[in-house]
Design a protein around this ligand. Structure first.
Ligand code: FAQ
Length: 337
C-alpha cells in the first residue's frame, strides 16, 4: 500500500561534528545552495548554514521523541494482546519504534547536539513530540487502528523524507519506512480479522476509527498557510511535500482501504471531487490540536511522567555500561603497557 522498494545502500554512521567557519562565507553558502539545488546530499562534515542545522535538529529530535513516546500507547497492550501471535507482532513493532528513535537520535547527534541535550528537552517538556501520542488506546481495536491509520499517516509523511537533503536523516528514514510498512499492514490485518468477527467486535473497530480519524489528519501539521517552517524547509529540500498535500494523499489512499475494511470514516463532508481528482474533507479542529501540542491533551502528563520514570529507572543500566567500558579501557591500557 505505502511500500516503495529502496535499494539505496545504508552508509556507515558519520559522527564527526564540523566546525562552521566563524564568519559567514559566501563561497561555502554558494556551494551548499548548489548542492541542495542539484538534489545532492549534505553530510555532517559539510559546511551548512546555522539555520539549516537548527531546523534539522528541531525536526529530527522531535521525530525521535515521537518514536520513543509512541511506544507507550501500544506498549500498554503487550500484556493484554488477545493471542500469542498478536503479542509477538506487537512486541516486534514496539521494539522497532524504539529502534527508530535510536537511529534518529544518532542522526541528530551528527549535527552536534548530544543525546543528553535532546532528552533533557523532552523530559523537561520543552521539546515537542507528535500530538497523536497524547490520546488513549482504550481497547484492542485501538491497537489495530494505530497500526492502520497512525503508522499509515507516519509512512505517508516519512517516505518523502527518504529524499531529504541531509544524508544521515535520509538514510535513517529508508530503514524506518521499510519497518513502518510492516506496522501499517499488521494493523490493517488485525482490523480485517475483527471485522469478520461479532457485531460487538465490528462496533469496537468503528468506534476506534471514529476516535482516531481526525487526530490522524492533524498529525500532518498545521495547514500550509499557518506552517511557519514549511517554506524554508522545502527550499532546503528537508521537506519535499507540504503538510496539506501529504494530508490529501493520506485521505485519498485511506478512503478505499476503509471501504474494503467495511468501516465509515467519520466525516459527512468526505466525498470524491471529480474536478480536483481528490477527496474533499471537512474541517479539522485546530484548537484541539494546538491544545494537545501545548500540553493539554488527555494523556500528555501521563506520557511524559512514564517516559521520565523509564529513563530514571534505567540509570543503573547506563551506569553499568559506563563502568564496564571504563574497566575494558583500563585492561586495554595495561595490556598495551
Ligand atoms: N504534533 O511549521 P510546521 C510516528 C509543530 S512518527 C506536534 O508545519 P514542520 C511513528 C511543529 O513541530 C510521528 N507538533 O513544522 C510511530 C512546529 O513546532 P515548533 C512523528 C506538531 O516541522 C507510529 C509547529 O507545529 N513524525 O508516528 C505537529 O515544518 C506509531 C509548526 O508546524 C515526524 O516527526 C504534530 N503532529 O512540520 C511511532 C516526522 N505538527 O518546532 C509509534 C518528521 C506540527 O516550531 C507508533 N517531522 N507540529 O515548536 C515532520 O515531517 C515535520 O516536523 C512535521 C511538522 C510535518 C511534523
Amino acid at each position: 500500500m505505502y511500500t516503495q522498494s529502496f535499494n539505496v545502500p545504508d552508509s556507515a554512521g558519520l559522527k564527526s561534528v564540523p566546525q562552521a567557519p566563524s564568519t559567514e562565507n559566501l563561497e561555502f553558502q554558494a556551494r551548499f545552495d548548489s548542492k541542495v539545488d542539484a538534489d545532492g546530499k549534505i553530510e555532517p562534515q559539510d559546511w551548512m548554514p546555522d539555520a539549516y542545522r537548527k531546523t534539522l535538529v528541531r525536526q529530527i529530535s522531535q521525530h525521535a521523541h515521537s518514536e520513543i513516546v509512541g511506544m507507550l500507547p501500544e506498549g500498554n497492550w503487550i500484556s493484554r494482546a488477545p493471542s500469542l501471535k498478536r503479542k509477538a507482532i506487537l512486541i516486534a513493532k514496539v521494539q522497532d519504534e524504539g529502534g527508530h528513535g535510536l537511529y534518529l537520535y544518532s542522526a541528530a547527534e551528527t549535527l552536534g547536539t548530544s543525546r543528553d541535550q535532546m532528552l533533557e528537552g523532552l523530559h523537561s517538556g520543552k521539546a515537542k513530540y507528535s500530538s497523536i501520542f497524547n490520546y488513549p488506546t482504550l481497547n484492542w481495536a485501538d491497537v489495530g487502528v494505530v497500526g492502520w491509520l497512525v503508522d499509515g499517516a507516519a509512512i505517508m509523511n516519512q517516505i518523502p523524507l527518504c529524499r531529504c537533503s541531509y544524508g544521515p536523516y535520509a538514510r535513517a528514514m529508508i530503514r524506518v519506512c521499510k519497518e513502518e510498512s510492516f506496522h501499517q499492514r499488521q494493523g490493517y490485518e488485525a482490523l480485517l480479522v475483527m471485522m469478520q468477527g461479532t457485531a460487538e467486535q465490528k462496533a469496537m473497530v468503528q468506534d476506534a476509527v471514529n476516535r482516531w480519524w481526525w487526530k490522524c489528519l492533524a498529525m500532518f501539521g498545521p495547514p500550509d498557510a499557518d506552517s511557519p517552517h514549511s517554506a524554508q524547509a522545502m527550499r532546503w529540500g528537508i521537506k519535499r511535500i507540504s503538510n496539506d498535500d501529504l494530508r490529501q494523499k493520506f485521505v485519498d489512499a485511506t478512503v478505499p482501504q476503509a471501504k474494503v475494511l467495511g468501516v465509515t470514516l467519520p466525516d459527512p463532508d468526505l466525498k470524491w471531487n471529480e474536478e480536483r481528482q481528490h477527496h474533499d474533507y471537512g474541517q479539522i479542529d485546530w484548537d484541539e490540536f494546538w491544545a494537545t501540542v501545548n500540553g493539554s491533551g488527555p494523556c500528555n502528563k501521563e506520557r511524559l511522567a512514564t517516559r521520565v520514570k523509564a529513563h530514571n529507572d534505567g540509570q543503573w543500566v547506563r551506569d553499568a555500561a559506563l563502568a564496564y567500558s571504563r574497566k575494558q579501557q583500563t585492561h586495554a591500557t595495561k595490556e598495551a603497557a
